[in-house]
Ligand binder design. Structure first.
Ligand SMILES: [Zn+2]
Length: 319
């Protein structure tokens, strides 16, 4: 058997093994374990300036460490702290950010993000329950970010640098992503996958999700191209009147021209548990969530490889 043929055989075999291994990185069981931790009563609904929020930040930082990510800056931890003026008092807030350095295009960034804060607790307990667990909003997005970090670390072939970000203060105005956006040169950020509320089936059923602001760049088309034959479908946002493109952390980066979109399955016209104390893990579908996370991973391949570069958002066209 000649040497070149033998080497090719090895390469193909390695790729097959790597694909099989990485596919097992994202499983319904692993999704459930992270989701259960982040949405547990212990996290107290991850309200702003509460111990529960800090506990969640520590959990995510540890998960990034275990996944093998590097801290967002060489001289820092995974915690991206900043001061926030609240009622004339300076308060500390923190995003949690880890990176997977790229190879040939390491100064080009692809972001995977979600928000880890939620509404905390309410004084008016409902059937004795006063905690907004936020299992779907947005523990499901953070679960996806942690799973994708493990997946791409295992794959180990990203030409562009991958940034995994858990934003704080999304529910109170997006202050975490605003601070984050000032740490990077926008022209170097080639794409942002912001993941919000993927815990329930979309209006089209299993193996589907939607992309906000689909018409603003060609990123959606690139993702669909990479998913051909996969049985999974990304659709344009079916609730344009809800202005979802402007209602999550992608908007901050999009206003800087970055192709930044949110991926979601939330049925905004009928999401029964949205912003209630009943947004609990029992209302979510773990295997469908795992399928959505795998689809995001596969759909991003050509962008991470530096083969496809989504078109930029026309800033002048935004509200
Ligand atoms: Zn949210």
């Amino acid at each position: 058997m000649n040497k070149i043929f033998f080497l090719l055989l090895c390469a193909t075999a390695t790729q097959a093994v790597r694909a099989q291994d990485t596919a097992s990185v994202i499983s319904a069981d692993k999704v459930q374990a992270i989701e259960r931790a982040l949405s547990s009563d212990e996290m107290g609904g991850r309200g702003l300036f509460t111990p529960g929020l800090d506990k969640a930040a520590a959990y995510i930082a540890e998960a990034f460490k275990v996944a093998g990510l590097l801290p967002w800056r060489p001289d820092s931890s995974y915690l991206q702290s900043f001061l926030f003026e609240d009622k004339k008092k300076q308060m500390k807030l923190m995003n949690v950010v880890g990176i997977l350095p790229g190879k040939s295009k390491s100064d080009e960034y692809v972001i995977f993000s979600g928000h880890y804060d939620h509404l905390g607790t309410t004084g008016d307990a409902v059937n004795g329950d006063s905690i907004y667990n936020g299992a779907n909003d947005d523990a499901s997005g953070i679960t996806a970010v942690i799973m994708l970090a493990n997946y791409f670390k295992a794959l180990g072939n990203n030409e562009r640098t991958l940034i995994f970000a858990a934003f704080t203060a999304e529910e109170s105005g997006g202050f975490g992503s605003q601070y984050f956006s000032r740490q990077y040169e926008p022209s170097k950020v080639v794409a942002m996958f912001n993941i919000e509320m993927i815990g329930t089936e979309s209006k089209w059923g299993r193996n589907s999700a939607f992309i906000t602001g689909y018409e603003k760049t060609d990123m959606g088309k690139i993702l669909e191209k990479n998913l051909q034959g996969s049985g999974f479908t990304f659709y344009p946002d079916p609730y344009p009147q809800q202005q979802l493109f402007y209602r999550s952390d992608n908007a901050t980066l999009a206003r800087l021209g970055v192709p930044a979109h949110t991926i979601s399955t939330s049925k905004m016209d009928s999401e029964a548990y949205y912003h209630t104390v009943d947004d609990e893990i029992e209302t979510l579908d773990m295997s469908n969530m795992a399928a959505i996370i795998k689809a995001i991973a596969v759909s991003a391949e050509s962008i991470i490889a530096g083969k496809d570069t989504p078109s930029r958002v026309d800033k002048a066209g935004l509200r």
